[in-house]
Write a protein that binds this ligand. Sequence first.
Ligand code: IPM
Ligand code: MG
Length: 372
Amino acid sequence: MSGTHSILFVPGDGIGPEVMEEVRRVIDWFARKRNLHVEIEDALIGGACYDAHEVAILDETVEKAKRADVVLLGAVGGPKWRDVPFEQRPEAALLKLRKELDLFANLRPAICFAPMADASSLKRELVEGLDILIVRELTGGIYFGTPRGIEDLGNGEKSAVNTQRYDSREIRRIAQVAFLLARTRRSLVTSVEKRNVMETGILWHEEVTRTHEREYSDVQLEHLLADACAMELVRRPKRFDVILADNLFGDMLSDEAAMLTGSLGMLPSASLGEMDKDGRRAAMYEPVHGSAPDIAGESVANPIASVLGFAMALRYSFNRNEDAALLEQAVNDTLEDGVRTADIWQEGCEKVSTSGMGENIVSRLESNAAAS
Ligand code: IPM
Ligand code: MG
């Protein structure tokens, strides 16, 4: 429990800075009441960085991120930067951090808090008690494969290419993460690909099967085509435990899974690197939602995804499971109290602003701590 944790704070664009302010409030509480020692440094990323420096991220920020124990990111992007050079678009900064820190394992839990079951677009009985973990490969596949580009064919026509490439090692290491996490849950991994169409799907299927046979045969493994998985997610979502997917399928399936829980505004994610011999791994935590430029600056955004991202940091980077559980409980109780931001507001609930939600979560932390 001792030692100082270094945090690089990169709020980014749109609602990023607003929701991250509430994370700061929560961190302050843990510093004051739970003896958490942190050192926070701030940096610009995305459009905010482009406006100041004409690049989406500075090299020195990438270096700081490598040195920090954790990176806490808000969101990047927005229409304001639609016309900046493609390599300097806000999203490029995020992809660069993922790649440079080798954050290959992206954990996206989709949990339906009981008080939220009616906010889902699916019927209550389908989503109540939902607890899925999407394990998405984050540094390979079509996001980074080469060749890529747009070629001018010279006759007024163009041709564009992207490449989906995976090697055995990349598939094995993400499969291992999924199996290990499944062991701490309901012990079922559903691996998805499109082996009926893509060679990368054939290799994916092969390597996941082999990894399973070699080291994780105590865990149940099933294979599902990615399109069938998308369908099953809205038909019978509770049948899933851990879903293992490549970068692109994982991106799409996680947005779909997020919506099952009531709002994209609720879901955090952890991006982790490989564990070194001292048990240290690079880590970045961020909400699954984007920068939501349409509501930026209005103090209506839901900070819960970012706050729960910090709970993941407590669990996966700071080894403070008890504190992570405290925070998750406080979020649950705040929702139970009927406190809602606009995105999850229902008749009979109290509508609060972004900071109102943060204040309520901290009061809940406070009263739960006093009661225990
Ligand atoms: C996500 C986002 C990113 C992605 C974008 C912003 C580049 O959609 O984290 O899911 O596609 O990975
Ligand atoms: Mg996405």
